[in-house]
Design a protein around this ligand. Structure first.
Ligand code: GLA
Length: 413
């Protein structure tokens, strides 16, 4: 008997039924349909998206379900099983940046961004239920945005989301790229979180059984087969339950530091430094010429080295040498902890304890300052590693973590 707590993904039919029931119970009529979108874990490529870099997320089997019906009066009524505050009402005409607070900003923000892009989107009723853990760094906000985006796309015949085929692949990636950009706008401008675009791309553009190699410079993607089970391996997710928030200042400070460093170096983005044939030595030297550039140089070193690790990770997957990704995960964590300084006690304990209990490699995933870590483990070691992490948390008096096993699921649909 294990003492570890597991967060299992709902069966799709169950999730759809939950959202539908909440809708009918709240609004007294059936919805026009139910749409859903996944959370994500990023395998590697952290804090690279807003630097025009590379990232490699997978879509989780954990999804957010949105039951939606159109309205003709320009009103949005929202209810969520995760929010005890009851039904909220927001007239679309009043939905401008800064006017809507809390989780509703993500939902209304998507409608606002679609309208701002010239799409004829009206009011709607929406009921949300989700098994993506909230505040766990697994992109519950992007899952919420993407579920609403594909719902509004279908209800208004926008023709951007296309379908998802039986293999779990989206049929219109270009349209989804447009939707992802609008979801980012919703998050940046309506919700006020200055995040990059990785999470929305993962939720809308990922493919089942594959990792999504996302090039944030031009928005292009490549699907990289990612089948750990075929190699006797599994990806363990440790939700540290140390809550993080991107609306607070640290994330914005890191982003601003990268932009400041790029300005000083005279490059459009740190991607240029990562791609420079000379390596990044010249940039680090230029920055450390002034004392106040020393910290910037460490931030830059994380970003450039992390972009290199994404490339190496994908090369290992392409070569079928999955175990070779483990040291890249370890190096990513060290870089995020020491150079980028976005880890925290709980994440470091999770990573160290997972390795001590037999994980091949481990790292924090997502924005940091709490949230989740991932560990590459043998399929037969999953329970033992989870136990080891749970024990390490208990020994330090930390809140007990929650665990999940991640396989690459299908995108929003
Ligand atoms: C959060 C943001 C993403 C990305 C990651 C760090 O998840 O939403 O855009 O910047 O942090 O890689």
């Amino acid at each position: 008997m294990t003492s570890a707590t597991w967060t299992h993904a709902w069966d799709r039919a169950d999730g759809e039924r939950r959202a539908r029931d909440l809708f009918t119970g709240t609004f007294g009529a059936a919805p026009d349909g139910v749409w859903s979108a996944p959370g994500r874990v990023n395998l590697i490529g952290e804090h690279t998206d807003y630097n025009d870099g590379l990232a490699l997320p997978i879509a989780l089997p954990h999804r957010t379900y949105a039951a939606v019906a159109r309205r003709t009066d320009g009103l949005v009524r929202l209810v969520s099983a995760q929010e005890p505050s009851g039904v909220r009402e927001v007239p679309l005409a009043e939905a401008v940046p800064g006017a809507v607070r809390g989780w509703a900003a993500y939902v209304v923000g998507v409608a606002w961004a679609l309208r701002a892009a010239g799409h004829d989107v009206g009011g709607f009723d929406v009921a949300i239920d989700s098994c993506v853990p909230f505040g766990a760094g697994l992109s519950s906000s992007a899952a919420l945005e993407a579920s609403v985006a594909v719902a509004l796309d279908a209800l208004h015949g926008l023709g951007l989301a296309g379908g998802v085929d039986d293999a779990g692949a989206a049929t219109d990636d270009a349209g989804r790229g447009v939707l992802a950009t609008l979801c980012v706008r919703a998050e940046n401008e309506m919700a006020g979180a200055p995040t990059g675009g990785m999470d929305q791309a993962a939720s809308l553009r990922a493919r089942a059984g594959n990792a999504l190699l996302l090039d944030c410079r031009d928005g292009s993607v490549r699907h990289v087969p990612f089948d750990l089970a075929a190699h006797g391996l599994a990806l363990l997710v440790v939700d540290t339950r140390a809550e993080h928030s991107h609306v607070d200042g640290e994330y914005a400070q890191r982003r601003a530091a990268c932009e400041a460093a790029a300005r000083r170096l005279g490059v459009a983005s740190l991607r240029e430094v990562a791609d420079d044939a000379r390596g990044d030595g010249w940039a680090l030297e230029a920055l450390t010429a002034d004392e106040d550039g020393v910290l910037l140089a460490r931030r830059v070193r994380h970003v450039t080295s992390e972009i290199g690790r994404v490339t190496a990770f994908v090369e290992a997957l392409d070569a079928g040498d999955v175990r070779a990704v483990a040291p890249l995960m370890d190096a990513s964590h060290a870089s995020l902890r020491d150079d980028y300084e976005v880890s925290c006690d709980e994440l470091d304990v999770a990573v160290d304890a997972a390795r001590a209990a037999g994980a091949l490699g481990a790292r924090m995933t997502g924005g940091g300052f709490g949230g989740s870590a991932i560990a590459l483990v043998g399929v037969d070691e999953v329970e033992a590693v989870a136990e080891g992490v749970a024990r390490a948390f208990a020994a330090r008096g930390l809140r007990s973590p929650a665990f999940a096993v991640a396989v690459a699921g299908p995108p929003a649909g």
